[in-house]
Structure formats: C-alpha cells, structure tokens
Design a protein around this ligand. Structure first.
Ligand SMILES: *Cc1c(COP(=O)(O)O)cnc(C)c1O
Length: 407
C-alpha cells in the first residue's frame, strides 16, 4: 500500500483494511540451527545442570561486556535479587530506583526486606534523574538501582559519583541494555553490579535466564553462594573431589541456570553484536521515516551513549489522540504495540502497601501516559519495519485530520 493511500484509507478499527493480517509482536527471539544443535548436544551429555556449560557461558558473557566476573541466574529477576543480596541490603535499608521500569526491579529490594524508594526520571532519556535521586538519599540509603530504559544507559557518571559521596552500591538493571555503551565503555563494566535478563524479548535469550556482572571478587562469590542455597560447593565439584560434605553458610535460593539454557546462551552470544547492530539500523529507519509525523515524539539518544534499543518507545504528545486510542488503532492494524511501563508505585500492591501517591514522580507519570513501544527486535525484516511506519503514518494522520480528542 502506498503511503498516500494509507493516509486516506479508513482505519482498521473503523472497519477498514488493516496494514497487516498477522500481528507483528513488539519483540521476539531468533533461534538458529546452531542454537538448536548446541542444546541437543547438552541433552545427550551427562550434565543438564551445574555442568561445564555454566562456566563457559559465564566466561564468554564476562568477556563480551568486559567485566571480570559474570554469574548466571535462572532469570533476570533472580539476578536482581542476587545483586541486592550481594550488596548486603536488609531490613531497615533503602534503595533508590526509578518508577519507570518493570516491577521486578523494585520487587527485588522487597525480597530482602529492604525498602524501594522512587525518584523521578530525566525528561529526555526517562532514566533515573541523579538530582532527584540525590534528594531522596537518607541515612538508611544503601543502594542506587538505575535502569537503562529502552536500552539507553542511565546517567552513570552522575549516579556513580552520587554513590561515592554516600558510600552506596550501584546495581544497574541493564535488562534492556546488553550491547549498549556509555562514554565508550560497555554496559556491564561500569556499575558495582550490573544485571541482565535473558528472556526471549531481550537481546539474547536462554528461554528464562539472567546474569550479573561485576569486577569485585567478593561480590561475585556472594552471588554464587546465593544462587545455590547459600552452599559453597556445587555437586560437580564435590563429585570430582570424592566428597559428600557441604556447608550452608547463608540463606540462598535455587536460582541456578541449567546447562541446557547456558548452551543456548553461548550459541546466541556469538550473534550479539549483529543483533544490536540490526536494532540500531531499525531505530535509525524509524527515526528517519517518522520524523515528520504530527503528534509523535521519538526517543532521545544522548551524545555520550549508544543505546542497545531493547525498545523503541515513542510518545503520543499532541494531535488530538490519546495514547490509548493510538494503541487500540495500531493493534487493529496488526501492529503489536505495547506500553512500557505503568509506573511501579502506581500498581495496587505498592499503592496499598506503602500508600505511595501519584505525583511523587511527575515526569515519569506524564511520560507513562504518553509512551507507546513500537515493534523492535533484531529478527524484523525491512518489510516489517515498513508496515510499522505505514501504520503509524495512517493512524496519526487520521487523528490529526479529525478534531479531537479521541479517547
Ligand atoms: C525483563 C526485565 C526484568 C526481569 O527479567 P526476567 O528475566 O523476566 O525475570 C527486570 N527488569 C527489567 C527492566 C526488565 O526489562
């Protein structure tokens, strides 16, 4: 369909022809034949879990981000929980984080009995504002947990400087940012602890999985303890040493990532830079093709950062359409747009448990009402990208031509 016709044809939500007949998801994995062969090889081996693939994957991951240690976990959430444990947070302690994130970021603080404190974001990147965070530091603050929203690194120099001033640990939730750089350094080697998610919508996947990277050997040891019940040795080490005895010295969990998953991760890791490069290409095409569309604001990228583009969140800022109306119209066109995120402090659990009121983070709250994630994943074809562009143009032109607001 030509753009011209797209603009004039009726919206699918009003009974017109949709841009696509099959729904394009906002994110999805890519699995190669090599990935499949690697998993099958492990299935035929002696070790489905706690075997040799775990260490191999950890070493390769650490090298990929340029960190000394990488410790694998069963999910990105477990990785965050491990990082909060390693940083020694407990009851009475506070960690300052952004409300514009997946709830797991803040939940991981609660798991250890500490309290998440929300500070507002900066208007351009929607990452934790170092000034807002500084204003929330108290004598109970122990950690800062910035999130690299959409794949754009947080303001890490300012966050690290704030942490230095107050003796805090920085846990960077880089679930969106594997492959991103900040002032020429790779995400994963900057914060005291950096956590990643290996869920299928992220840059590389193990089905479910997570990773924590750190340069600190003491923190790495605590992470390994925590993911294995707080027990120092693992089954394979004891078997090799001909030893039955083990000692549990901390309260940990079973957060291990099986060899089956690690083999998949290792195989996927070889395509990480190609995946990130493809995401950058798609972001550049969106930026170019959507720049003149009325009512639409593209995501910002600062000079000092290269985003890994986990998401491509535009903002619906004017033109007579609400975000929810655009969301519904885009879905009807066959484009699987999504919203990242409802601010964590506005979820019923947080509202009821902490009595947190709307208004504590006005920039994040305002953004959350305007944000719309367009499909973004490395397996998207150029035709998929063109469909998204055609649907955005069609829907936004429609709403800007008809006097609003359309709720
Ligand atoms: C995906 C994600 C997580 C959780 O990861 P899981 O692997 O799904 O447990 C945490 N924080 C953010 C910001 C995420 O996007």
């Amino acid at each position: 369909m030509s753009h011209d016709r797209a603009h004039r044809s009726p919206l699918a939500i009003d009974g017109g022809e949709p841009v696509r007949r099959t729904m394009l998801p906002y994110g999805r994995q890519s699995i190669s034949e090599d990935d499949i062969a690697s998993v099958v090889e492990v299935l035929r081996s002696d070790w489905l879990t706690t075997g040799p693939k775990v260490g191999e994957f950890e070493e390769a991951f650490a090298a990929a981000v340029g960190a000394r240690h990488a410790v694998a976990f069963s999910s990105g959430t477990a990785a965050l929980h491990g990082a909060v444990f390693a940083a020694n947070l407990g009851s009475g302690d506070e960690a300052i984080t952004t409300p514009l994130t997946f709830c797991a970021t803040a939940n991981s603080v609660l798991y250890q009995g500490a309290r998440p404190v929300f500070a507002d974001v900066t208007a351009d990147t929607l990452n934790l504002s170092p000034e807002a965070a500084a204003a929330r530091v108290t004598s109970q603050t122990r950690a800062l947990i910035p999130v690299d929203y959409a794949g754009h690194p947080a303001d890490l120099d300012a966050v690290m400087a704030l942490a230095d001033r107050h003796g805090l640990t920085v846990i960077e939730d880089a679930s969106h940012a594997l492959g991103a750089t900040y002032r020429g350094r790779r995400v994963g080697q900057i914060a005291h602890l950096t956590t990643f998610s290996l869920h299928p919508v992220k840059h590389l996947t193990t089905g479910e999985g997570g990773m924590v990277t750190t340069d600190d050997g003491v923190l790495a040891r605590r992470l390994r303890l925590f993911r294995n019940h707080g027990i120092e040795s693992d089954v394979r080490t004891r078997q090799q040493a001909g030893e039955y005895r083990y000692e549990m010295i901390e309260l940990g969990f079973n957060y291990r990532l099986p060899d089956i998953a690690c083999a998949l991760g290792l195989s996927q890791l070889s395509r990480l830079s190609a995946n990130v490069a493809r995401r950058r290409e798609i972001a550049a095409e969106y930026q170019r093709a959507l720049s003149g569309v009325p009512g639409l604001q593209a995501p910002a990228e600062r000079d000092e950062a290269e985003s890994a583009w986990h998401l491509y969140p535009v903002r619906i800022v004017a033109g007579g359409a609400t975000r929810d109306a655009v969301f519904r119209a885009m879905r009807a066109e066959g484009i699987g747009v999504n919203v990242h995120y409802i601010p964590v402090h506005q979820h019923p659990f947080y509202r009821e448990r902490f009595g947190v009121q709307s208004g504590i983070a006005p920039i994040a709250e305002r953004a959350a009402s305007e944000l719309l994630s367009l499909p973004m994943f490395h397996g998207m074809s150029n035709a998929d990208v063109a469909d998204v562009v055609a649907a955005v143009q069609k829907v936004m032109m429609h709403f800007s031509a008809v006097p609003g607001p359309h709720a």
